[in-house]
Design a protein around this ligand. Sequence first.
Ligand SMILES: [Zn+2]
Length: 165
Amino acid sequence: MKVMELNHESIMSGHLKIDKTLDRIKDKFFWPKLRSDVKDFIERCIICQKTSVPKNKIRIPLNPLRPSYSLEIVTTDILGPIKTKLLELLDIRRLRTSTFYPECDGLSERLNRTLKRMIKCYINDNHDNWDVLLPALSFAYNTATNSTTKFTPYEFKRKPKLPID
Ligand SMILES: [Zn+2]
């Protein structure tokens, strides 16, 4: 079924899980048993079976950062040295967290897990095309409904807050 392929298998959709694929389809289509069709399709998806991350039996409670408006807090998980001067120039407060300490920055850890899985779905055998995949996978992630906010990141577009604001 073309609708399923476009909304799940396409690189612009990212092989996301059932709820995100369902939300993407529900935006434009409806048919009886839609949810079970999506569930069946994804359960039969070979790529999803190969790249699924086993769920942790022990769930560590997350302590999500709670911004009061979009883009108030931007998290990033940078591996390697970062230019302190750039952080000063952009008036960015640096918060260091420990590796494998999701209680502190669970949202970044969760995003990293999702993004790594999405890359695994499309990476070539030489593992050298990941950088080419990022724009489309970023689009797929940013157009998928967030399970917490019930909005896609693109729906949070707002006028950027400038230092003078
Ligand atoms: Zn899949």
